[in-house]
Write a protein that binds this ligand. Sequence first.
Ligand code: SF4
Length: 92
Amino acid sequence: MVCTSVKDGYDCLFMNKKGCQFNGGSCHTVIEQCEGCLKVQDFPTGKYCLIFPDPPAKWRIGTCSMATHVKTTVKKGNGKINPLKASKRNAH
Ligand code: SF4
């Protein structure tokens, strides 16, 4: 249903005829770590995440899984040179 409280006009799963069913009765604003994420939206009531009603919970145990501004760096290889190839290269 469309939210009529903090994310006014936004279609939300937690909204029903009785009002917001999210724990506490409303979403929580984004936190410092969310700055720069594309999911942050400015509402007249504050800045909220479009996916998660409780952003602090997403950061409590590490990096938010849906953060668009955080690059997870995956290291490729072990950075070492193959010693066999390296010695052949030096032999000439
Ligand atoms: S997706 Fe994660 S990082 Fe982005 S605004 Fe929502 S809670 Fe914050």
